[in-house]
Design a binder for this molecule. Structure first.
Ligand code: FAD
Length: 461
């Protein structure tokens, strides 16, 4: 910092203006005293988009029914109320809308609307800056944030809401592919601009893959779609039906193997009564964090190594029409599912040649016009292409979370430094808490974390 770079000062700085950042800001505004200065730092405006809600494609649906997507733990119907007030679904009554998987684009508008209302009702002042934070330092006078441009910002308290990062494509040669030949699944416009007759390969077979297929179809794509992943498991669909009635609490005392066996038994039992297996999974949804925290460290490791892909397809499901269109495309011979580990991606004339190894380590090749990276969310903070996280880990103000995933924090989300010291002025909200909580990705968890962080940080300042 030079003499010309004197820090500007605020009370509460929120790094990241996605869903977690906005929910934290709204919470802080509600409880704020007169004159509190709050700053949101977010390079990708408008606010509220983040990764999940930036899409303008109406075919990209929430994977949670509208009735469960309230941003506020004390107002469980809030998103539903907003949708009804907005008039966007005149053909749906309240009950039908609560069960519906609505387009994700409504969610960013909802968050922004609630933020505007909170600003109008609060005695605090909110400033939004289109800035990326590149470094953090803790001192007696406060937490100093370096910004990509402009003078640093010093805050009495900070919420880190930097969210999700895409896993890099795990292939040799990717960085030398010509522009437009390797596209990130979350760049929705780039996916839609793929020529209609181009054959494409999508690496990864989860929810981002499903989004890409929906976008391609909406853009009139007629080429072949090759989906390549290590396990070749497509996401499974949601299902309506009666709720499974078993008691999930005994699972908490079981080993991983016992839990898997017990859940299979419950699913078989449910099927005998015409209840879908999805209801068996929904029963353990509220226990997600407790189930993770009650596993032994060895079982957590086993889960990450052997069970996580199977967990993902059962837990992170897609809307029924999206699933049906994936199956229809397979049946028509337009979508091909390949099981394999990607090794390299190189330009060969007008195409990209992917080389992968199958389960018996035999190589096979796919020649396509372009490759889409849909490998999903990166869990290791040290592998995320985010200079702030690299600096925090490098300087020791933070350390990786359990199993090397996310960032370490206390049970309340306070940042834990490399030497184990707790920094109560910095709270983590969102997917960076994955190592300690596992379930820390979706709104039903984020709203609680945001409310808790907002109350704690606002109380400090
Ligand atoms: C494709 C997709 C679909 C999803 N669908 C659903 C769904 O239907 N329902 C559900 O409950 N959950 C869904 N999720 C889970 C999703 O993670 C959460 O709902 C939510 O969007 C996460 O918000 P976030 O703010 O924590 O992270 P993000 O949305 O990733 O936002 C983080 C923000 O921080 C900013 N940022 C990062 N680093 C910095 C920095 N150094 N300085 C300043 N700003 C920074 C980024 O620009 C970004 O805007 C989905 C996730 C994905 C990826």
């Amino acid at each position: 910092m030079t003499a010309f770079d004197q820090p500007q000062v605020c009370d509460l700085a929120i790094i990241g203006g996605g869903a977690s950042g906005l929910l934290t800001a709204i919470g802080a505004l509600h409880g704020a005293r007169d004159g509190l200065r709050l700053v949101i730092l977010e390079p990708r405006l408008p606010l509220g988009h983040g990764i999940a809600y930036a899409t303008r494609d109406p075919g990209h649906l929430l994977n949670v029914p509208a009735g469960k997507m309230s941003g506020f733990p004390d107002r469980p119907d809030d998103f539903l109320d907003y949708l009804l007030e907005s008039g966007a679904f005149p053909d749906s009554d309240r009950e039908a809308l609560a069960a519906r998987f609505v387009p994700r684009l409504h969610y960013a508008a909802y968050l922004r609307h609630r933020l505007q209302q909170a600003v109008a009702a609060s005695p605090a002042r909110l400033e939004v800056r289109g800035e990326r934070v590149t470094a953090m330092a803790a001192g007696e006078e406060g937490i100093t944030l370096q910004l990509a441009s402009g003078p640093p910002l010093r805050a009495a308290a900070v919420a880190v809401c930097t969210g999700n990062a895409l896993r890099p494509l795990p292939a040799r040669g990717v960085s030398s592919l010509p522009a437009g030949r390797c596209i990130d699944a979350w760049e929705v416009e780039a996916v839609r601009e793929i020529p209609a007759d181009a054959d494409v390969a999508i690496v990864g077979s989860g929810l981002s893959m499903a989004d890409c297929v929906v976008s391609l179809a909406a853009a009139g794509h007629r080429g072949q779609v090759h989906v390549l992943s290590r396990h070749a498991l497509l996401p499974l669909p949601h299902a309506a039906g009666p709720a499974a009635g078993y008691d999930p609490q005994p699972l908490l005392a079981m080993t991983l193997r016992q839990r898997v066996r017990t859940l299979r038994r419950h699913a078989a039992e449910a099927a005998r009564h015409g209840i879908p297996w999805q209801s068996v999974m929904d029963r353990i949804r509220p226990l997600g964090q407790a189930l993770w925290q009650s596993l032994s460290v060895q079982d957590q490791r086993r889960f990450l190594r052997h069970a996580v892909r199977y967990w993902d397809v059962h837990r992170h499901r897609i809307a029924v029409p999206v699933h049906a269109s994936l199956l229809a495309m397979r049946a028509q011979g337009r979508l091909h599912l390949h099981r394999g580990r990607l090794d390299s991606a190189v330009a060969e004339g007008a195409c990209v040649r992917l080389t992968a190894f199958d389960a018996r380590r035999r190589p096979f090749q796919l020649d396509v016009r372009c490759v889409i990276n849909a490998t999903g969310v990166e869990m290791r903070a040290q592998a995320m292409r985010n200079p702030l996280l690299q600096q925090m880990l490098g300087s020791g103000i933070a350390r990786p979370g359990p199993h090397g995933i996310g960032i370490d924090s206390t049970a309340d989300g306070e940042l834990v430094a490399a030497d184990g010291r707790v920094e109560p002025r910095v709270r983590i909200v969102g997917s960076l808490r994955i190592g300690g909580l596992w379930e820390s990705l979706a709104i039903p968890e984020l709203r609680g974390q945001a409310a808790q962080a907002a109350a704690a940080l606002a109380a400090r300042v």
